[in-house]
Design a protein around this ligand. Structure first.
Ligand code: MG
Length: 336
């Protein structure tokens, strides 16, 4: 274990995983050994609930397409939805720096409420702490959420099977590119913005259409599609083949990534999901996704295979192939 915590430990990539597995899971234990899920599924009487928590430290706190408030709702709502649960209730905990403008706080609070209303969840609990000026950067928000599992629903990162289609619900890297451009003071050309959005309505439509043919769902947030696919390949014990030509990236986002020297495969998304779906149902699921909000650009980007379990292989545009590893190296802190 490293001697001190570094920014890489919070990047969602290799170092984060080492910290989670090597310390948190080692000490706390796990209900699903070897598999890290987006939310815990727990029994509550005759029902099953999903339970998840997430903290938001994004910088800047206001950005094209949203702010730290909307992001905090969407992040937790989506983590509940990724187990097939219907999100119901969330709590909001805030750590605010002394001197923070009340007007900005009000904008963020209204944004939390608007996001909750759009997702159909109720904010039912909260906490406020204020720390002296200089001891925190403006505002940090934690949201915790509870959702009700649909009867018979058993979606898990471990349930991918060889043959499953890999569906991505839309363009990659919009959120990460937006935040980084804002931070670098780069003028955003083409008007792309964060994709921050609730995905629970899309998930409901997918499950209504295909039921248990939807094996795996995950939102590729920190670490991007590349890191998330690696997590899922390991959890399911399968190989994943994706095609570079099938990966959807906006032209202007690609331009910004080139400028910043970053690969869109590793940039955060906050309103996208990856789904592993039985091949026979993939076409139907895709059609349903394209009809709902935030799913218009959904597409199949590859498939699961039995060979090379745990590995993600990208077939490049020129016909060669390369291994897509987890995010490591240069961390991109405070992206969400
Ligand atoms: Mg997630």
């Amino acid at each position: 274990m490293a001697e001190k915590i570094t920014l890489a430990h919070g990047s969602g990539g290799k170092a984060s995983h080492e910290l989670i597995e090597g310390l948190f899971v080692a000490v706390f234990g796990s209900r699903s050994p070897g598999v890290l899920e987006d939310s815990a599924v727990l029994e509550a009487g005759r029902e099953k609930i999903a339970f998840s928590t997430d903290s938001f430290v994004v910088d800047p706190i206001f950005f094209p397409g949203g702010d730290i408030g909307s992001l905090a709702v969407h992040g937790t709502v989506n983590d509940l939805a990724m187990r097939g649960a219907e999100p119901l209730y969330i709590s909001v905990g805030m750590i605010i720096e002394e001197g923070f403008a009340c007007r900005d706080l009000e904008i963020i609070v209204r944004s939390l409420k608007k996001g909750a209303d759009a997702a159909g969840v109720e904010i039912v609990a909260g906490d406020t702490k204020v720390v002296p000026a200089g001891k925190a950067d403006r505002i940090f928000i934690n949201t915790t959420g509870i959702g009700l599992l649909r009867p018979g629903c058993d979606i898990s990162a471990a349930h991918g099977r060889p043959g499953d289609a890999v569906i991505l619900s839309g363009t990659m890297a919009d959120h990460g590119a937006t935040i980084l451009c804002q931070r670098e003071g780069l003028q955003i050309e083409g008007g792309f913005r964060s994709d921050s959005a609730p995905l629970n309505h899309m998930v409901a439509a997918m499950i209504r259409e295909a039921g248990d043919a939807v094996h795996v769902l995950r939102d590729p947030t920190r670490g991007g599609v590349g890191t998330t696919l690696n997590e899922l390949a390991s959890a399911s014990g399968v190989g994943i083949r994706i095609r570079e030509t099938a990966l959807p990236v906006r032209q202007d986002v690609r331009g910004a990534c080139d400028l910043l020297g970053l690969d869109p495969l590793y940039l955060a998304n906050e309103g996208k999901l990856l789904a592993f779906v039985e091949p026979g149902a993939a076409g139907r699921v895709l059609a349903v996704m394209r009809k709902v909000k935030h799913g218009e650009n959904a597409c199949i980007i590859g498939e699961l295979v039995a060979d090379n379990p745990g590995q993600v292989i990208l077939q490049t545009a020129i016909g060669s192939s390369r291994i897509v590893d987890m995010l490591h190296g240069e961390p991109l802190p405070r992206i969400c």
